[in-house]
Design a protein around this ligand. Structure first.
Ligand code: SF4
Length: 364
């Protein structure tokens, strides 16, 4: 650990504090961010925690939660109408029948871009060809999509919007009867955009301790200390461990862009079904940019989020650990992903596969 947020000495002290604050009953904290899962797994944090504390991974990977129907739509577009431009990981996510990568192998037009700005440039360079930007991601990537949409992009570029919002899905988790959660570790990146306000509902309405955390190992340990303190005092508060990056109001400019271009609508999440008010949709003013309206997408059969044997729907809500899926590192590996959680480096199964993670505790 080479910086102040990775100090071994401080980590040892934090772990002592965690041990001291651990209640006699079991507590389960849920994070909703692929990067938090990476930090927790990469640094072996779960194995250092007392047995009574579990940290589960919620639906915080932007690639994992894209429903098969939206992959199928992108595949149809790539095979029939336009070049689909999108971020790297999403092209390997299984659709109901094939992924975008497989569509490409069949002659479909698919190209990886690093930003929506790149997509605009590519469309400008080839005005006689049709392009669709497949826009995925949470509140973190939505502002850049909104920016380019508002800038009057070239007529041969349209958008397949698959943006999702984090606080509504956190609310959904609390409604899952047999999923007990004692506190949230809220995502730092998303919070830099939305600020703290959208999380107020969790302590106020659900009496759920909620702490926004950064992405260094000590950020996660400090967040756990804050959550455990609230529990030991019988409190439920919203606190900000990541104050060096997250402000109360968030990024107002980014919020304004999102509000200018998008309306909030109900959205489907892979394996979770419909989540109320959890997705973004282009406003009527921008409807000429909507690929779904521009092209009559024809899917011949209902879409399927889960291939036989896949447990991604349970991994995504932290109900099971990846190693509990019968396909994990057998039929499903990072090279041969059977489920969306095994594709991206923000996916819980892919992270566990890479780090050979286990839940075995180190003596502490
Ligand atoms: S191991 Fe594969 S199939 Fe099983 S939950 Fe993970 S991604 Fe889904």
């Amino acid at each position: 650990m080479d910086n102040q947020f990775r100090s071994l000495n401080l980590a040892k002290k934090a772990l002592k504090r965690i041990k001291y604050l651990t209640p006699s009953h079991e507590v389960k904290f849920c994070h909703v961010c692929g990067t938090h899962e990476w930090v927790i797994t990469h640094y072996g944090i779960r194995s250092l925690l007392p047995n009574k504390i579990d940290v589960i991974a919620g639906p915080g990977c932007p690639v994992c939660i894209v429903p098969a129907k939206e992959i199928d739509e992108a595949v149809w577009l790539a095979l029939n109408k336009a070049t689909v431009l999108t971020f790297g990981d999403i092209i390997r996510v299984p659709g109901s029948k094939i992924s975008l990568a497989q569509a490409k192998a069949l002659g479909g037009k698919v190209k990886i871009v690093y930003s929506v700005k790149d997509a605009v440039e590519i469309a400008k360079q080839k005005p006689n060809e049709e392009f669709v930007f497949f826009a995925i991601g949470f509140e973190t990537t939505a502002p850049s999509t909104a920016l380019e949409a508002a800038r009057n992009p070239p007529k041969n570029l349209s958008f397949l919007i698959s943006h999702r919002l984090i606080p509504p899905v956190m609310e959904l988790l609390l409604g899952i009867g047999d999923l007990h959660i004692d506190g949230f570790i809220a995502p730092g990146h998303v919070s830099t955009i939305i600020g703290l306000k959208p999380y107020e509902v969790f302590p106020k309405v659900y009496k759920m301790p909620t702490v926004i955390a950064g992405f260094e190992p000590l950020d996660v340990l400090f967040a756990l200390i804050i959550l455990l303190k609230q529990i030991s005092h019988g409190e439920a508060k919203l606190e900000n461990e990541y104050s060096r990056s997250v402000k109360w109001n968030g990024n107002l400019k980014a919020q304004k862009l999102i509000n200018e271009v998008f309306n909030v609508t109900d959205g489907f999440w892979r394996g979770l079904g419909k989540v109320p008010a959890s997705a973004l949709k282009l406003k009527e003013k921008y409807s000429s940019l909507d690929a779904k309206l521009k092209y009559e997408i024809k899917l011949n059969s209902p879409s399927k989020d889960l291939l036989p044997g896949c447990s991604c729907h349970l991994v995504i809500i932290g109900k099971i650990k990846p190693t509990e899926c019968p396909l994990f590192m057998k039929a499903c590996t990072p090279q041969t992903p059977k489920g969306s959680c095994m594709v991206s480096m923000e996916g819980t199964c892919a992270i566990w596969a890479k780090h050979g993670a286990s839940t075995k505790k180190v003596e502490n």
